[in-house]
Design a protein around this ligand. Structure first.
Ligand code: TMP
Length: 200
């Protein structure tokens, strides 16, 4: 129960859930590190800006994969690994499964994504919570929220494929992944997440 990732499409409520989990776990006296990808360290946040702003065709899928991994390497080496080494629980908003879906659905092979991860990063989450909602709903929520929208602008067909991608990752790895219906109220989603983490 130490390296927990929260995954899912746009506007599925990941940030709200992470805040709730951080509060609940901290209240139990745990050392909790709440972080996000792309980003989570100063260098990785700079790379995040390159990824999430600008035109949808600003980067091709392979360049995107390399940028994501450069950001992840910095984040893992400077923030995540040191936190895990001192015994903290790390809650990370997006990680490798987002790469498998977002860059995978743009055409990079799973073998390339997983191979690069193994060589350059080599750190896998213990538990992954996948927030699932219809992409139409999530994209609407994300648009209302505003902000950097390079990936949101990639169209409904792409976001529908992402949803299917997350669900098939969960199906293939049921010991690590739990899918949570993100159309439920935030309290119900938090309760489901705590149950999946085996914490009342
Ligand atoms: P966020 O808005 O949910 O914080 O995520 C920023 C965007 O980055 C989101 O649209 C998904 C995208 N992304 C990737 O394309 N690949 C990745 O590996 C990660 C972690 C995020």
């Amino acid at each position: 129960m130490s390296f927990i990732t929260i995954e899912g499409g746009e506007g599925t409520g990941k940030s709200t859930l992470i805040r709730g989990l951080t509060k609940a776990l901290s209240a139990q006296g745990r050392d909790v590190v709440q972080t996000r990808e792309p980003g989570g360290s100063p260098g990785a946040e700079d790379i995040r800006t390159l990824l999430v702003t600008g035109e949808t065709d600003r980067w091709d899928a392979m360049t995107e994969l390399l940028l994501v991994n450069a950001a992840r390497r910095d984040h893992v080496e400077r923030v995540i690994r040191p936190a895990l080494d001192r015994g903290a629980t790390v809650l990370c908003d997006r990680y490798l499964d987002s790469t498998r879906c977002y860059q995978g659905m743009r055409g990079v092979s799973r073998a390339m994504i997983d191979g690069l991860h193994e060589s350059a990063i080599d750190l896998d989450p213990t538990i992954t919570l996948i927030l699932d909602a219809p992409p139409e709903q999530g994209l609407e929520r994300a648009a209302d929220r505003g902000g950097d929208a390079r990936f949101e602008a990639m169209g409904l067909a792409y976001h529908t494929q992402l949803r299917d991608g997350f669900l098939s990752i969960a199906k293939a790895d049921p010991n690590r992944c739990t899918v949570i219906d993100a159309t439920q109220s935030k309290d119900v989603v938090l309760a489901a997440a705590l149950a999946a983490l085996n914490i009342a």
